[in-house]
Design a binder for this molecule. Structure first.
Ligand code: KG4
Ligand code: ZN
Length: 365
């Protein structure tokens, strides 16, 4: 079995299947992405308005072999050139995790390579180290070990809204998380109740840009929470209910199920402004608490146009890194990139491991 801890760059194959995206990627230990292939299941789940675990597992099974071959072909590498295989061990849907993780085990066994288990949320938090020529911090990807400075990671996706302190490589502390819905989940649920297709985030983002955010009054969630316990906590369920009430009232007034386009645009804008303001406020508290001057914004919702502009305005003096959109949504490059760090630090490895559907980031590393 290959075991190298030299400072020479090496290649990692990454495998991700925790939710509704099957993904394979080849990444150099510098963070340079050689290939990043994804099979999205959005269309399969769209008519149900959310992810159906059984359908997702079956789709992962079908996608693994072709995507694995595509990832190697696009990177112009053979398995002999790969040093280790990193796969998402958790958290996620257990049936989905199982498909990718066991596939990775099979590859590791067949090609005599180490299997490196990776935490999905840690993968998001570390995705700022990925790129083609430079990472999201602006570092050129020529050094074997990219420079590290402590930072706060705001991980915002369909499953998670977390503020995480990354004190050192593989040393994570949860500063706060959502008490109910994740922010992406709130986007998806609001879109559904407005009669819009899944996933709601990208569409509501586009519609919000056409609307007036001040047309509706929405309260900022947990905004008076000054005590330590809630200062970095999120809540999006009340906001979602407030939006639902406006939708209900509008349907009652018009007597129509289909909502007026202006109404949707304005309500989407008001929701987006309030949700992003909450993200900014809680992130400010997290930065204050740690004293860190660097912020990574990652996960699917980091693609949001208002997140990208507003966070920079609200957090002056903070160096903000937001990965390219293909590294924000679920992908295997982030799993491979973090897998390289784990491999270098000789973190937990082995074929005897099992998937962990629930797994705290603080127990990883
Ligand atoms: O990271 P991701 O691909 O998967 C999870 O781990 O959940 O994130 C998907 C989530 C979905 O909820 C989707 O609606 C949301 O990210 N999303 C967005 C945008 N693009 C994706 N939400 C708001 N604005 C966007 N532009
Ligand atoms: Zn994710």
């Amino acid at each position: 079995m290959t075991t190298s801890t030299t400072n020479q760059p090496f290649l990692i194959l990454g495998v991700e299947s925790s939710c509704d995206e099957t993904a394979f990627a080849v990444v150099e230990s510098t963070g340079r992405v050689l290939s990043n292939t994804i099979a999205s299941q959005v269309e399969l789940h769209a008519r149900y308005g959310g992810v159906v675990p059984e359908i997702a597992s079956r789709a992962h099974l079908e996608a693994c072999v072709p995507l694995y071959q595509k990832a190697l072909a696009e990177a112009y590498v053979h398995m002999e050139q790969i040093t280790a295989i990193a796969a998402t061990q958790g958290p996620g849907l257990s049936g989905c995790l199982l498909v990718g993780f066991e596939f990775a085990k099979g590859l590791a066994l067949r090609h005599n390579k180490p299997l490196v288990p990776v935490h999905h949320i840690a993968g998001h938090a570390d995705s700022v180290y990925l790129g083609k020529t430079e990472n999201a911090w602006g570092h050129s990807l020529t050094q074997a070990q990219p420079p590290f400075q402590p930072y706060v990671a705001l991980v915002i996706s369909g499953g998670h809204s977390s503020l995480i302190a990354v004190h050192a490589p593989l040393k994570y502390e949860i500063l706060g998380q959502t008490m109910d819905d994740a922010v992406g989940e709130a986007y998806d649920k609001i879109a559904k109740l407005m009669g819009l297709p899944y996933p709601g985030g990208p569409l509501l983002d586009r519609l919000a840009q056409l609307g007036d955010p001040n047309a509706f009054k929405l309260t900022l969630p947990l905004s008076r929470a000054s005590d330590d316990r809630e200062a970095c906590m999120f809540s999006f369920s009340g906001l979602k209910t407030a939006v639902a009430r406006y939708v209900e009232a509008e349907r009652k007034t018009t007597g129509e199920e289909v909502l007026d386009a202006n109404f949707i645009n304005n309500l989407a804008a008001a929701f987006q402004q309030t949700a992003v303001e909450s993200l900014a406020q809680k992130t400010k508290n997290a930065l204050k608490k740690t004293g860190y001057k660097r912020l990574a914004i990652t996960g699917g919702v980091a693609c949001n146009s208002h997140v990208r502009t507003r966070m920079k305005q609200a957090l002056r003096g903070i160096k903000i890194a937001i990965p390219a959109p293909e590294y924000c949504t679920d992908n295997a490059a982030m799993i491979a990139g973090l897998g390289a760090r784990c491999y270098q630090q000789q973190a937990n490895q082995g074929l005897g491991l099992n998937v962990k559907a629930s797994w705290s980031i603080e127990e990883f590393g």
